[in-house]
Write a protein that binds this ligand. Structure first.
Ligand code: C2E
Ligand code: CA
Ligand code: CA
Ligand code: CA
Length: 277
């Protein structure tokens, strides 16, 4: 009977179809996620490695679905990016993060920045800069307190247009960071023309620092290059004190990771901000 069961399964629902079906239902569930209030944000602190001061928070999206449970962005963001849903989701994230941060600033809980992840598709929208400007005026958030995180892939594609857009964002006064730096392809020649504020060293380097000399060399090079371009450098995924000490000795400015705090709910983040100077 077992044998028969297995054959039947293979006949009616080959693995490929199951995956396609999964994807379709995930897409349609995700479609309703915004209107059903299933998305929420967590906030992860970013600290100065030299003073320990909180420099900012990164907004990270979560999806709580009644039947799926908690879905991580690693699972749904790539799908949302493919089917275009990333635009409404990204807009919701941008708006929600700015509103929340403006509230925290007004409450005197922070003077730091709020970092928001921007997907390729979202960044490529022709009205992206207007969106950002609109959200800033509606939320009353000071532009220099908003930091947009984009990956190398986003800014190295169609450089002419990207440069125009980055400059327009710069004019608005928002800050720009390159996320996951070192994992993609960057032209150094373009990098120097872009109006950036920060490079974020990918966590894969941070986590290999203590047992891999190549990661040390790459990290060191990124920090030196960032500094010579006048950029601030933040290391992601710091989990241990030894990693933090090593990064600081390499001249890294800022850090983010489980050593300091995991991504926090709104309530926990308020507690965290109250407890830190
Ligand atoms: P990311 O932007 O590189 O975000 C950092 C990820 O590393 C987060 O995962 C964070 O929870 C995790 N992390 C932070 N500190 C540590 C640490 O010390 N150790 C380890 N192992 N991990 C750490 P998360 O929240 O699951 O997000 C995964 C990715 O999903 C993000 O990577 C980003 O690419 C994407 N994402 C998250 N939220 C958004 C969003 O609102 N919009 C867009 N477009 N993408 C988002
Ligand atoms: Ca990020
Ligand atoms: Ca990252
Ligand atoms: Ca990443």
């Amino acid at each position: 009977a077992k044998q028969l069961g297995r054959n039947r399964y293979q006949f009616y629902a080959p693995a490929m179809n199951m995956q396609a079906l999964d994807r379709l239902t995930l897409e349609s569930d995700l479609h309703r996620a915004i209107e059903r209030n299933e998305l929420f944000l967590m906030y992860q602190p970013q600290l100065s490695l030299s003073t320990g001061d909180v420099l900012g928070l990164e907004a990270l999206v979560r999806w709580q679905n009644p039947s799926r449970g908690l879905v991580s962005p690693g699972q749904f963001i790539p799908i949302a990016e493919n089917c275009g849903l990333i635009v409404p989701i990204g807009n919701w994230v941008l708006e929600t993060a700015c509103y929340q941060h403006a509230r925290w600033v007004a409450q005197g809980l922070t003077t730091g920045t709020i970092a928001v992840n921007i997907s390729a598709h979202q960044f490529q929208q022709t009205n992206f800069c207007e969106r950002v400007s609109d959200v800033l005026s509606r939320t009353g958030l000071q532009p220099s307190l908003l930091e947009l995180e984009v990956t190398e892939g986003v800014v190295m594609q169609g450089v002419e247009q990207v440069l125009y857009k980055l400059n327009a964002l710069r004019e608005l006064g928002v800050h720009l960071a390159i996320d996951d730096f070192g994992t993609g392809y960057s032209s150094l020649n373009y990098l120097k023309q872009f109006p950036l504020h920060r490079l974020k060293i990918d966590q894969s380097f941070t986590q290999q620092l203590l047992n891999d000399q190549q990661s040390v060399a790459i990290t060191k090079a990124i920090i030196q290059m960032g500094h010579s371009l006048g950029l601030d450098v933040l290391a992601e995924g710091i989990e241990t004190h030894d990693q933090a000490v090593h990064l600081q000795s390499l001249g890294c400015d800022a850090g983010q990771g489980f050593l300091y705090a995991k991504p926090l709910s709104v309530v926990d983040c308020e507690g965290y901000l109250r407890a830190t100077p």
